[in-house]
Write a protein that binds this ligand. Structure first.
Ligand SMILES: O=C(O)[C@H](CS(=O)(=O)O)OP(=O)(O)O
Length: 236
């Protein structure tokens, strides 16, 4: 029997969805979930996503390696920022990393009533789709958006995942149709499309164009991130 896939376009709307018994895939392409996938693919032990700076500070005071970003910029006093390129070095290998960002970590903390919480990015989209097809569960893609608003790049990821799961999952509601059609209309020109997003323009002011180019690459990493308690780890 086919399962269902639905798309929630903002954390402000997640209360309208019943997450119980379902897999939720949280996505924040620019850049939180792309960073998390990159960090675990490059040897970090686990990611501890936290919603607030105060929580991150308490981990920092205990000696954890911490990343904090607000408004796209690294928060003073924290050693790591929100660029995937900061997670490709020896410093992170084998270590837990605490991350708080403007949108992505909030979406994760709002998803915890689900049966399973996965973290998705274009960087691991095929691995996420393959994992889901082996589970017998309905799926909700939870787009982190930007400060409660819908955004282009997370909606495009949702559409791409709907396309990959089209044969195993029914489209539960209109947002699944919308995101699929939107993705299919621009998928041959994904980078140029995302470069025109409001989020990319905000980040461009911070000179992170290479981050955007990296974050739209598909299936660079063959790993799946799953939330266990408060930690994101790779599934075995
Ligand atoms: O650093 C990022 O990529 C963004 C910054 S913001 O949304 O423009 O403030 O944070 P994220 O939580 O990864 O969307």
């Amino acid at each position: 029997m086919k399962r269902n896939i639905d798309v929630c376009l903002s954390p402000e709307l997640i209360g309208l969805y019943d997450l119980k018994g379902k897999i939720v895939v949280v996505v924040d392409i620019l850049r939180a979930t792309s960073v998390m996938v990159t960090a675990l693919a490059n040897g970090a032990k686990e990611i501890i996503p936290v919603a607030t700076l105060d929580e991150a500070k308490s981990y920092l005071n205990k000696g954890f390696l911490c990343a904090a970003e607000r408004g796209g910029a690294q928060v003073e006093g924290f050693p790591l920022d929100n660029s995937p390129f900061s997670y490709m070095n020896e410093e992170i290998k084998g270590k837990p990393i605490v991350i708080t960002t403007t949108n992505g970590t909030l979406a994760i903390t709002k998803s915890t009533t689900a049966d399973q919480v996965l973290v998705g990015a274009f960087l691991n989209i095929q691995a996420v789709a393959d994992y889901i097809t082996k589970q017998d569960k309905d799926v909700i893609v939870h787009c982190a958006g930007w400060k409660g608003k819908t955004n282009m790049e997370d909606t495009l990821f949702a559409g791409a995942l709907v396309e990959l799961l089209y044969n195993s999952h029914n489209l539960a509601c209109d947002t699944a149709h919308l995101s699929l059609k939107y993705y299919q209309s621009v998928k041959d020109n994904l980078l140029e499309t995302v470069k025109n997003s409001a989020h990319a323009k905000r980040l461009n002011k911070l000179h992170v164009i290479k981050d955007i180019e990296f974050c739209v690459k598909q299936s660079t990493y063959d790993i799946v991130l799953i939330l266990e308690g408060k930690k994101l780890i790779t599934t075995s």
